[in-house]
Design a binder for this molecule. Sequence first.
Ligand code: 9WN
Length: 487
Amino acid sequence: MTEPVGTMCFVESRVDRTAQLTALPVERTFVYDPPPLSGSLHLRAAAVLEGNWTGVSTVPSRGLYPHQWSWDSAFIAIGLRHLSPLRAQTELETLLAAQWGDGRIPHIVFNPSVPLDAYFPSPDFWRSSTAGRTAGAPRTVQTSGIVQPPVHALAAWLVHCADPGLSRARGFLAGVYPRLAAWHRYLLHRRDLGGGGLASVVHPWEQGMDNSPCWDAPLGRITPAPARSFRRADLDHGAAEDRPTDLDYGRYVRLATDYRDGEYADGASEFAVEDPSFNALLIASEHALARIARELGATGTARHARAERLTGVLIERLWDPAEGMFFCRDVRGEGLIPERSVSGLIPLLLPDLPRDISSALVRTASGPHFGLGDTTQLPPSYDLLGEAFDPHRYWRGPAWFNTSWLLERGLRLHGERARADALREAVLETAANTDFAEYVDPYDGEACGATGFSWTAALTLDLLHERPGHGVSGTVLGTFDMSDTRD
Ligand code: 9WN
């Protein structure tokens, strides 16, 4: 188990790589950086991450999201490793220090110095240290009680690869491995609510694409909490017409309240969905855990075999051959949810997909529903032809940079180099033009939501380090290329 890393962060801040980079002229020698050609975008992205760094972790956005978020930190660490491998390790260690005894990694770790009314739901809503006591919530740090997608083992492996010497010297992987293993155990056991082997999410916020039309049917069965029982802080920062409706918020609050009042015990939720992206990220992370286990001297064989088996389960439970993509399964309702979300394309990042499935996913991404390389600049979060499509409303159409990055990785992994190069270019250009927007209109790339968004800057940095025209490197980005994990 890792210990909090406050002292190390203090030492790090005196030699901080990002601070050095943002202070130095472009022509100075870079250790972790790409050639000066892309230097200015690189420095701008570094400045965003520097501005959002709190000393132990990075906020997604200073105004809208002023605490530490779980999957944001994983994506942030993936970019931050190119600036400061030590800070990237610290980012993950800070998050993992807030893990619960039952293995869950909370979706928010609250910063006690931020006023309670800066974000809703705040720590006094979640009451983690009291309502979460039975589930093993930490006593000294306040967190939410729900989770987010398990990108963490993948991030930990990639962070290790950025500076294996430093990682070994600090015992980084040895420290995080037991926590990551407990996290996967929690998801694969306590969250197997459908009984078929996949993890279920019990709240739309857990899947990360909060307001996706995929949730409309299962969420429609939930009685909303009265509007007067809570105050939304998100509307202080974003346009109401781009954010979820009050009715949806009432349902989010009801689900979270019921979970809290049941002491965060799993199994009773009225909302339970098996999501393709959440489970694909779990499988990719299980592959990464196999790599980590091998680095630590074990064989990793069982983990690798489990990742392969889970890929089969994902296909069996969520693949629709007629539609050429994956769909969500409503565990409390009637099977697959017939809404096309970008989530249903993200399993492309899995190395063991049969060829016919990876080819079908590429065709669907490039077809009329997502318009990749054709009608859209970046892949939309939801079906361009869907009834609920809205190019500006949260997760109901706009394009996000993390999902674009995941698809770029998947395309490259499956040998679609030209498409991957084009998507990489589009991501870099859109990030540069929008001041690292939170999300964009998928057609014209217009900025939406916050600017100076951390994962946008971090994943921009990561793509700047990718050489166009190449496949995914087996040594640096090894988790996307499993060929050398076979025993
Ligand atoms: C709820 C922080 C998070 C992201 C999510 C995104 C949004 C929060 C909200 O912001 O969710 O967790 O208040 O809407 O949907 O993916 O992790 O950036």
